[in-house]
Design a protein. Structure first.
Length: 140
């Protein structure tokens, strides 16, 4: 269900770019991890969706001006006996469609949650590659 109904509406390249922060510019395409981050998000969303039962999503009115290329869609997850949960989707116009690049649940950004760990991991990978490149160049 996630693969068919949710993933086509996501811009995983932009999501990964934001999660990696400044390290994105210094990483090779292999290090940019877009495919791996996509798989991680699939597992995250699949697990989250599997736990929801008897919940409704109320989409709030969209505030948008003509010509906007980025918007935030606000909604509330409602379940009997529980406080409503705010869910926000940051979206960007991509060609003739809109793509989600971040989701915030109760104000917590999915992308920001991964940014710190991705940044540290990418720095370690880049440092290791640089060290091995230096070793190779000093041998020749």
């Amino acid at each position: 269900m996630v693969e068919a109904r949710i993933l086509p509406h996501f811009d995983f390249r932009r999501t990964t770019q934001i999660a990696m922060g400044a390290n994105w510019r210094h990483a090779t395409p292999e290090q940019q991890l877009t495919r791996e981050f996509r798989a991680l998000l699939v597992r995250t969303y699949s697990g989250a969706l599997a736990s929801y039962r008897d919940q409704t999503i109320e989409v709030r009115p969209l505030r948008m001006r003509p010509g906007d290329t980025e918007v935030t869609v606000r909604s509330l997850g409602r379940q009997a006996g529980a406080e409503p949960v705010p869910i926000e989707y940051d979206m960007e116009r991509a060609a003739n469609d809109w793509k989600v690049y971040d989701v915030r649940i109760s104000g917590i950004s999915l992308v920001a949650n991964y940014r710190t760990s991705f940044g540290e991991e990418v720095i370690q990978v880049l440092a290791a590659k640089n060290r091995s490149a230096i070793k190779v160049s000093t041998r020749t």
